[in-house]
Design a protein around this ligand. Structure first.
Ligand code: FAD
Ligand code: NAD
Length: 466
């Protein structure tokens, strides 16, 4: 009889966990994956990346129909009205197809789905839904949940004070949505509801939006979102939210302290970050400790301090991104199978899927300058023929390179398709490219990607179109 029920047990079926499970099975291991949610795919497929992109895409189409964009192209419409129920249904259809797709992949790869929340009994034994299951290696991929704001009660069913899950499921367009937190979720979901007709006010504690992004990008983001009609209250903190019936009254004051004032809203979105999921996991039973931020620390090979227990994705340090979790999922399975898994944490792109999109990879200009001398080149989308033809004047591509070697250290883009453009920059950096390597790579014309080539040409002072 085998010593364990499974070679590998993965806890959590988000982009980290389901990918780890499939890769481990591909490598010939006997694999189970415990997932407590009713569908596979984790936060990303159920209440994150996918439903938010479905609503961003739908709301962008609606906005184009009502804001004069169609008319500019000579497309005449009758009165345009919103069928929010249909827009929500197409979101649910996308989610259903993709979560069902993971279930299909589990079957195809013979990964056993253990339905229920797992809790450690010891390092090789977990309890799932009253059943005891053993495995030689256990991967913790339990992801993250919304960080609560002290004193503010989220009630997604009531729909007045909501988190991202509630904001994705509203059955009405709010009149005034106040977003607490000017990060990725606040700007993406704020954009959705602004496009659909809500007045949107973003209250951000810091003096700029989008922490972690390049300084120029953050400044430009504030200009762009203001131009789109969002009200931005930067350097402002929310000290309380009182709900009466369908109205919330927020008390806000300057982050540095000062006179308080109130804001009324019929919807408040709390989007101040996410925290790792470890409650109920029983990590105390295996002697696993958390760091100051409540995360599980691992080595470069995703081993925790407890032999046989590994961790990946949002529950460990690093950006909370689906593709980072996925890459770690592949790598951890390869390490468990005795191979060498590779994740280059220095080259993980990040994208904000608003219009335009904001994307970056590698170091910000500020961080690069702390490490040494740099050359910086910026090329405006206004001078890119495709962006100009498409009436998309906002944005730029910025390349940051080492001053001596001209090796690319970071790339930042604001463009309608920045999320797709950044893949090329990531690939170039992964291969250790210099700005010249990008500049001398033939780029198809007319494409937005030519702006990256021109920005790279600018490092040696020789862009053509500006
Ligand atoms: P998760 O996806 O959180 O999955 C963990 C799973 O583990 C969950 O399904 C949970 O039910 C399960 N679980 C937890 N505890 C247990 C247990 N004890 N037993 C069994 N199962 C358990 N990232 C991007 O890269 N691009 C985007 O566009 C993007 N958009 C987002 C939009 C929103 C609104 C949100 C909230 C997030 C978004 N993210 C995006 C972030 C992305 O969703 C996460 O980074 C990603 O899902 C992390 O993957 P994970 O596998 O670590 O965890
Ligand atoms: P975030 O960290 O991106 O932004 C939170 C913002 O809230 C920050 O700007 C912070 O300064 C601000 N804040 C914190 N406390 C505040 C307070 N009391 N009052 C006002 N502002 C306050 O977090 P998020 O937007 O909640 O997103 C969570 C995670 O989900 C992120 O790590 C992100 O990577 C991931 N995500 C990614 C995508 C994407 O890749 N497109 C989309 C959505 C979410």
């Amino acid at each position: 009889m085998a010593e364990y029920d499974y070679d590998v047990l993965v806890i959590g079926a988000g982009p980290g966990g389901y990918v780890a499970a499939i890769r481990a099975a591909q490598l010939g291991l006997k694999v189970a994956c415990a997932e407590g949610r009713e569908t596979l795919g984790g936060t990303c497929l159920n209440v994150g990346c996918i439903p938010s992109k479905a609503l961003l895409h739908g709301s962008e189409k609606f906005a184009e129909a009502v804001d004069g964009t169609f008319a500019m192209y000579g497309i005449k419409t009758g009165p345009v009205t919103l069928d929010l129920a249909a827009m929500q249904q197409q979101k649910l259809d996308s989610v259903k197809q993709l979560t069902g797709g993971i279930e299909f992949l589990f079957k195809k790869n013979k990964v056993t789905w253990l339905k229920g929340y797992a809790s450690f009994l010891d390092a090789h034994t977990v309890s799932v839904n009253g059943e005891t299951v053993t495995a030689r290696d256990v991967v913790i991929a339990t992801g993250s949940s919304v960080t609560p704001l002290p004193g503010v009660t989220v009630d997604n069913d009531a729909g007045v004070v909501v988190d991202s899950t509630g904001a994705l499921a509203l059955d009405r367009v709010p009149e005034h949505m106040v977003v607490i937190g000017g990060g990725v979720i606040g700007l993406e979901l704020g954009s959705v509801w602004r496009r659909l007709g809500a007045k949107v006010t973003v209250v951000e504690f810091l003096d700029q939006l989008l922490p972690g992004m390049d300084g120029d990008v953050r400044k430009e983001a504030a200009k762009i979102f203001k131009k789109q009609g969002m009200e931005l209250r930067l350097s402002t903190k929310v000290t309380g939210v009182a709900v009466k019936g369908k109205t919330a009254t927020l008390t806000v004051e300057p982050s540095a302290g000062g006179a308080a004032e109130t804001l009324n809203a019929d919807c408040v979105l709390v989007a101040i970050g996410r925290r790792p999921n470890v409650d109920g996991l029983g990590i105390d039973k295996i002697g696993l400790e958390l760091n100051k931020r409540g995360q599980i620390e691992t080595g470069h090979d995703f081993r925790t301090a407890v032999p046989g227990v590994w961790a990946i994705g949002d529950v460990i340090p690093g950006p909370m991104l689906a593709h980072k979790a996925e890459d770690e999922g592949v790598a951890v399975a390869e390490f468990i199978a005795g191979q060498t898994g590779i994740v280059n944490h220095a080259v993980i792109p990040g994208v904000v899927y608003t219009f335009p999109e904001f994307a970056g990879v590698g170091l910000t200009e500020e961080a690069a300058k702390e490490k040494g001398e740099v050359k910086v080149s910026k090329f405006p989308m206004l001078a890119n023929s495709r962006a100009k033809t498409n009436h998309e004047p906002d944005g730029f591509v910025k390349v940051i390179a080492d001053a001596k070697t001209e090796r690319v250290l970071g790339v930042w883009c604001i463009a309608s398709v920045a999320g797709s453009m950044i893949a090329e920059a990531a690939l170039a950096m992964e291969f250790g490219a210099t700005a010249e390597d990008i500049a001398y790579t033939c780029h198809a014309h007319p494409t937005h990607a030519e702006a990256l080539k021109e920005a790279a040409m600018g490092i040696s002072g020789k862009p053509i179109h500006i």
